[in-house]
Design a protein around this ligand. Structure first.
Ligand code: FEO
Length: 405
């Protein structure tokens, strides 16, 4: 995902981790993000870094805005691995930068890196750094949540960069609370209804419609619906009936689910420009790595989204096993009213993308042909093709969605 301006000349340059499900033992079913911020002022200043696995993405976001060698100041608010461990890579590119950190932070940082040649300034609550038009004020917050922790307040922007405090483990293409649509505003209860329908009732849409019509014909007065699982519907028992009828008619959100797996990260790498292309068309997107996600969740995400792209590496001329398993489950659920496509990578000979298309077409799902399949790692040119593929697909999804509005 590209850098996002959050205040004038202050950019989010972080990374989205769609696949993490175990964050040092904390179960993260919705993934997370590693946020850090670049201030493009007279003195270019980076606040925090990202987890080392995402260093290329974070640095790539910085490069979009400026050469990393131009970074003059780096503020390290917190030294836990998810925020500090890309610092070594950043310092290789900006060796003259000065690091602003608490005393305890410095002691911890020295355990990760050889800092003997780095410029480091220890800061305390109330200390300030003037970067040009902006003034950064440091506020130590020991034990919120580590001994080294601090926050950085950008005075003129009225912006508090609060490190872990006030965060959430939530991967999303939205960067702001007012952009976040929580799967198009479904409550948790509604999402549970959709989840159940998707995994159990998806094949029976026609039957559901006729049975509900039959019940309605009986003229029964219903002021409560008490199912065998979950919540009893008392306040608005007709709501769940409306939801079932809408789903039976093919209701979905204007959204793309990218459901993929990867062997050596090439297919995974393709998801990044594809996601960006989809987002740049104004369509929300959810990225699901199959081996990190229960199958029923992947099915639910498929069902909630008007469009779905399936990504797979080729293994023995066919799709990767977890992707084949997803297709197998989907086929049994006889999905309808969704537009789909496929992408993937291969080393010796391709085949996965072709196989996925033939399966999707056998299911009589609308498809956007052709898919995109690349050799080994995506080159710069391949990434551009992936971006265009994402944009084209999002356009098709928007067009197709009009049939259901
Ligand atoms: Fe997000 Fe305490 O690290």
């Amino acid at each position: 995902m590209k850098a996002v301006e959050i205040k004038p000349d202050i950019y989010w340059v972080g990374a989205i981790d769609w696949a993490v499900r175990d964050f040092h033992g904390y179960v993260t079913p919705n993934g997370t993000t590693y946020n850090n911020y670049l201030i493009l002022d007279s003195e270019v200043t980076l606040v925090d870094t990202v987890k080392h696995d995402f260093a290329d993405i974070g640095i790539g976001n910085i490069r979009e805005l400026t050469e990393p060698s131009k970074i003059r100041n780096i503020v390290i608010n917190h030294i836990e691995n998810d925020h500090l461990t890309a610092l070594g890579r950043v310092m290789e590119l900006a060796p003259e930068a000065t690091i602003y950190i608490t005393d305890r932070g410095k002691k911890g940082m020295d355990r990760f890196f050889d800092t003997s040649k780095w410029n480091i300034k220890i800061v305390k609550t109330g200390d300030e750094l003037k970067t040009g038009k902006y003034t950064l004020q440091f506020i130590e917050t020991p034990m919120l949540h580590w001994p080294d922790s601090m926050m950085t307040y950008v005075k003129e922007a009225k912006l508090l960069i609060s490190q872990d405090a006030f965060g959430q483990h939530l991967a999303s293409t939205a960067r702001f609370d007012d952009d976040f649509i929580d799967c198009a505003s479904h409550t948790e209860l509604e999402t549970s209804v959709i989840d159940y329908y998707a995994n159990i009732l998806m094949p029976f849409g026609t039957l559901i419609k006729s049975k509900i019509a039959q019940i309605q014909k009986l003229g029964l007065e219903i002021d409560m619906i008490a199912p065998d699982h979950g919540i009893i519907w008392r306040k608005d028992p007709l709501k769940v009936i409306r939801m079932y009828l809408e789903m039976a008619e093919g209701k979905a959100d204007l959204r793309v689910a990218i459901i993929y797996d990867t062997m050596w990260h090439s297919t995974e790498q393709m998801t990044l420009p594809i996601t960006q292309g989809i987002m740049d068309e104004g369509v929300d997107c959810k990225v699901i790595k199959l081996r990190a996600t229960p199958m029923s969740v992947a099915i639910k995400e498929f069902w909630m989204s008007r469009g779905c792209l399936v990504g797979s590496p080729t293994l023995n001329n066919e799709a990767f096993p977890s992707v084949a398993e997803f297709i197998y489950h989907l086929r049994g659920l006889r999905p309808k009213n969704r537009i789909t496509g496929a992408f993937g990578s291969y080393g010796w000979g391709g085949g996965a993308v072709k196989w996925i298309y033939s399966e999707l077409q056998n299911m009589k799902l609308e498809t956007m042909d052709p898919g995109i399949e690349i050799l080994y790692r995506p080159s710069k040119e391949d990434e551009e093709k992936c971006y265009d593929f994402g944009r084209d697909f999002a356009r098709r999804v928007k067009e197709y969605h009009k049939n259901y509005e």
